[in-house]
Design a binder for this molecule. Structure first.
Ligand code: 3PG
Ligand code: MG
Length: 394
């Protein structure tokens, strides 16, 4: 994959597509700027090379309407602070006014365009919209891994209309680390899969079962696996229409000699509430009506033993309702085991990263992806449309 480092960008108008779809609070303060920090390397590189840097992104899902709360204005300010230089902010992402702003740019200037999704053409991968965007620049850089799974104009169609299209450092890193974990991994390769639903990860399971040596299952999805084996799961969330799939996945794993670990104990609560009455029970003893909220200490210990020998770990999805402190123990224990392991550790999607940052262990994880849906699509073995488009263009 050709990157921004492989081409000459000096003095050129370089449009860098990033994904700074960051969370905002009710006062429009950015509550987490990691996605902005993640693209600084590419932007700074372009600045050091004396390019005119045009930055484009989406925010939220305005569906073609101008929604002031989804303006990228707060991002312009934060970007300016992080780059320690002025960032101009365009009132739109295409059109004569934006063009005029671009024409006035000097080498080393940064211009952030307004939310791409204020135009329906973005989501519709529209040719005319892509051409308009393309007309702003001479070089296109895709550094927007988190939206690489979307067939959107600024990541797919645009590559047909800019003469030079390359990847930024974030996109390249994301793909490289993922490939390191799954293409030719040091073994044993262990996949930790948590989160609420088996259904959202069926595709990932189908793909990973060909590659992974052991699965560790947690989160509410474990309930579906447990129930498929006729365990009582009380009033816990279960996908009853997926019991057959869950069971056959486990059978497939056994036939292939793949370890498939499900919880042996749990932390249960009498209601879905941070102040609920709780107890720890062997999985055989889930009381009727009670809810499984987290893996228990025996499961934790069992999983830690599996992780001790792992050489590669890929993790998606928490082990329990970790957003409530009372049910976060299983997930935070896993964070520690993964951080302490000697393995290459890759984490992505499903708010797993939130748990890791909360535990203060991010620096001890090999790579934390900025992607949610894009990371999941990679786990499913899919080719990301934006990556395919870049490769076609290169
Ligand atoms: C994300 O946050 O998942 C990405 O920015 C993509 O956004 P989307 O799911 O709205 O396409
Ligand atoms: Mg998403």
């Amino acid at each position: 994959m050709i990157t921004i480092k492989d081409i000459d960008i000096s003095g050129k108008k370089v449009l860098i597509r990033v994904d700074v779809n960051v969370p905002l609070d009710e006062n429009l303060n950015i509550t987490d700027d990691k996605r902005i920090r993640a693209v600084l390397a590419t932007i700074n590189y372009a600045l050091d090379e004396n390019a005119k840097v045009i930055v484009a992104s989406h925010m939220g899902r305005p569906d073609g309407k101008v929604i002031p709360e989804l303006s990228l204005a707060p991002v312009a300010k934060r970007l300016s602070r992080l780059l320690q230089k002025d960032v101009q902010f365009a009132p739109d992402c295409i059109g004569p006014e934006v063009k005029a702003m671009v024409d006035k740019m000097q080498q080393g200037d940064v211009l952030l365009l307004e939310n791409l999704r204020f135009h329906l053409g973005e989501q519709e991968n529209d040719t005319a919209f892509a051409k308009e965007l393309a007309s702003l620049c001479e070089v296109y850089v895709n550094d927007a891994f988190a939206v690489a799974h979307r067939e959107n104009a600024s990541v797919v169609a645009i590559t047909k209309f800019v003469p030079v299209c390359v990847a930024g450092f974030l996109l390249k890193n994301e793909l490289n680390y993922f490939a390191q974990a799954l293409d030719n991994p040091a073994r044993p390769l262990v996949a930790i899969i948590g989160g609420a639903k088996v259904s959202s990860k069926l595709g990932a399971f189908e793909n990973l079962i060909q590659l992974v040596d052991k699965f560790l299952i947690g989160g509410a999805m474990a309930n579906t696996f447990l129930k498929s084996m006729d365990y009582e799961v009380g009033g816990s969330f279960v996908e009853n229409d997926l019991l057959w799939e869950a069971r056959s996945l486990m059978k497939k794993a056994i036939q292939k000699g793949t370890g498939f670990y499900i919880p042996v104990d749990a932390l249960v609560a009498d209601r879905f509430d941070a102040d609920a009455e709780t107890k720890i029970i062997p999985i055989q003893e889930t009381p009727p009506e009670w809810l499984i909220m987290d893996i228990g200490p025996a499961t934790s210990l069992l999983y830690s033993e599996v992780l001790t020998s792992a050489k590669t770990i890929i993790w998606n999805g928490p082990m329990g309702v970790f957003e409530m402190d009372a049910f976060s123990r299983g997930t935070s224990a896993m964070v520690n085991y993964v951080a302490n392991s000697y393995a290459l550790t890759i984490v992505g999607g499903g708010s797993t990263d939130v748990a890791i940052y909360k535990a203060g262990e991010s620096h001890r994880i090999t790579y934390i992806s900025t992607g949610g849906g894009a990371f999941l699509d990679l786990m499913e073995g899919k080719t990301l449309p934006a990556v395919a488009a870049l490769e076609r263009a290169g």
